[in-house]
Design a protein. Structure first.
Length: 359
């Protein structure tokens, strides 16, 4: 009786959720997919370690809502990735979790049917299956780690992880990042503050112990060794972009002061493009010019891209959804994506020899 007065006062129900082991048994990792994951992680790590002179590009839909269109996009991206593989490493952006400023669709895992049924159990299995399919195509994948439990379900299929602007300051996410098996990009805060990302990199590089779950879904004390592949992602903020030469130089100085490797990823979307997709090519072109003029710190870029340009609201009748068009942030279309990537590859080939000889 006493507990009823003090516990779970705002909880309606606790529904069963399969354990990570159960989801993995339903969608097991294949040898081909594992090879893609390992190769993708190694390539990104080699870029961060300056063993690989290429630039990696995390490119893909703002969020996945239609696995059929998502795989269509992945197959197109794989062809493009092979075409530019001498100077660019393309990593498909596969985001299932969407942080919301207030309310809205929280992503494919949370609500896979897009009808407020919140079948997280179904969403998690379908998300894992989609990642497996992309990896079997031969593409490395990237995602944003939002829920600290979710990586136990599909982290073995991810090659690069982002910690978002809203969560880079969160101790929970810094602890989680310290145990992830991938390189992790920490975004600057939504107000543009760089210190948040730098402190996150330093924190995630250290060992941590925290409450989590194991592969059987049981509560466990998770102990990590620290992740040395943390780096900063410039995404703009505070009403201004931060991809320009001066902003990048200031980021380099801040990293040097913290005795961190000068590894910078530029997000062409979000505040760097005022969330207007037509500006993403301009951001990327500016950054490519910086690299051509001798910048060595920019190792990666991010692009929000889909088959169709723009975005759409989620209709009551889901059959009215436009194929290959974002239901979250507006994206550049496929034709623009190809042009952006090919132009970047051309510019990088002009300085390939210089980047190969960098320290």
């Amino acid at each position: 009786m006493t507990a009823a007065l003090t516990e779970n006062l705002n909880i309606v129900a606790f529904d069963h959720m399969p354990s990570p082991d159960e989801i993995k048994a339903a969608v097991p990792l294949t040898e081909r997919a594992a090879d893609s994951v390992v190769a993708g992680r190694k390539a990104v790590m080699d870029i961060l370690d300056r063993k690989d002179p290429r630039v990696f590009v995390v490119v893909g839909p703002c969020s996945i809502h239609d696995p059929v269109a998502g795989l269509d996009y992945a197959r197109r991206l794989k062809q493009l990735a092979d075409e530019v593989s001498d100077v660019l490493l393309l990593v498909m952006r596969v985001y299932f979790e969407k942080p919301r400023t207030s309310t809205g669709w929280k992503g494919f895992i949370n609500d896979p049917f897009m009808d407020d049924s919140f079948r997280i159990d179904v969403g998690m299995e379908r998300a894992r299956r989609f990642l497996l399919d992309v990896c079997e195509i031969g593409l490395p994948t990237a995602t944003e780690a939002l829920d600290p439990i979710a990586p136990q379900y599909y982290g073995d299929l991810i090659s690069w992880t982002a910690i978002g602007a809203r969560t880079s300051e969160s101790q929970t996410h810094r602890e989680m990042a310290s145990g992830l098996s991938t390189p992790v990009g920490f975004k600057n805060a939504t107000d543009g503050d760089m210190d948040v990302a730098i402190n996150a990199i330093l924190s995630a590089a250290s060992p941590h112990s925290f409450l989590g779950i194991n592969s059987q879904g049981q509560s466990a004390i998770t102990r990590t060794r620290g992740n040395r592949y943390g780096h900063v992602v410039l995404r703009g903020g505070g009403g201004r972009p931060n991809y320009d030469t001066v902003s990048v130089s200031l980021a380099e100085q801040a990293l040097a002061k913290a005795k961190l490797a000068q590894n910078i990823v530029v997000d062409c979307s979000h505040a760097n493009s005022w969330k207007k997709p037509q500006y993403q090519p301009l951001v990327m072109k500016d950054v490519m010019h910086q690299i051509r003029e001798g910048n060595d710190s920019v190792v990666g870029l991010m692009i929000e891209s889909n088959i169709e340009a723009g975005n759409q609201s989620i209709p009551a009748d889901l059959s009215q959804l436009k194929y290959g068009c974002s239901v979250t942030d507006a994206c550049v279309g496929w034709d623009t994506t190809e042009e952006m990537i090919r132009n970047a590859a051309t510019m990088l080939r002009e300085v390939a020899g210089k980047r190969e000889s960098r320290p």
